[in-house]
Design a protein around this ligand. Structure first.
Ligand SMILES: [Zn+2]
Length: 230
């Protein structure tokens, strides 16, 4: 990841009290659209992950989320354990530490989700290599990066709903949430790619009902972050 962006973010948060140049509202909330412009303007990097995050039709708030995700800066339990939590066990599966890779790929719920969409995950699949995920034939090549960001965003939102509002978490609910989000993105997308939302909805609707869920649980049983027996 581009060092200049990391440096910029560190400076930004350290100096947020002294330098308020329109990024923060009076109640302390960040203006993601402004931040997006700043991040993309200071980044000279054209590395693959930067292009993957910023060069697509995903909304700026989701691109910012992806930037935090790939820099391991989201508030998952392993990160919070360093500051406020005693226990970093995943609330969704209860079987492993909640790292960024666990919640996006290795948690059985997440793993089932990707497999149902036709993705092939392996030991080398990491959030850091999000841009290297292979495209299933059923997923359109157009705006494939945005499709992945939408999936990660919804996995994160579903996890938050479960952790903070005790909402049930399931493959069906996550796919339905993705469909709803795809419809919204499609409606707001720039001219020329508005039809992509409809095509994504078909992917989420016609997911692979025959995928083997138990395979996901077994696949990462030797993963170092796993706490319990497989
Ligand atoms: Zn889990």
């Amino acid at each position: 990841m581009c060092l200049s962006v990391v440096w910029f973010m560190n400076r930004l948060f350290l100096a947020r009290v002294r330098l308020n140049f329109g990024l923060f509202s009076d109640d302390g909330k960040i203006h993601t659209a402004t931040l997006y412009k700043l991040l993309t303007s200071v980044s000279n990097s054209k590395d693959a992950i930067s292009r993957f995050i910023w060069d697509n039709c995903a909304p700026p708030r989701v691109q910012f989320f992806a930037w935090l995700l790939t820099n391991d800066r989201i508030q998952h339990k392993c990160n919070l354990k360093k500051k406020v939590l005693d226990d970093s066990t995943c609330d969704v599966c209860g079987g492993a530490e909640e790292t960024v890779d666990h919640l996006i790929f290795r948690c059985p719920h997440a793993c089932n989700f990707w497999h149902a969409l036709g993705f092939r995950l392996g030991d080398g699949t990491q959030v850091l290599n999000l841009d290297q995920l292979g495209r299933p034939s059923r997923v359109p090549a157009e705006q494939f990066g945005a499709f992945i960001l939408l999936c990660c965003w919804q996995l994160w939102k579903q996890r938050n709903g479960h952790v903070f509002r005790q909402e049930p978490i399931s493959l069906q609910r996550t796919l339905q949430a993705c469909k709803t989000e795809a419809t919204l993105w499609g409606a707001r997308a720039p001219k020329g790619c508005r039809g992509i939302g409809t095509r994504w909805c078909e992917v989420f609707f016609h997911f692979n009902v025959n995928h083997d869920e138990t395979k996901c649980c077994k696949m990462f049983s030797h993963y170092p972050g796993r706490l319990g027996p497989s």
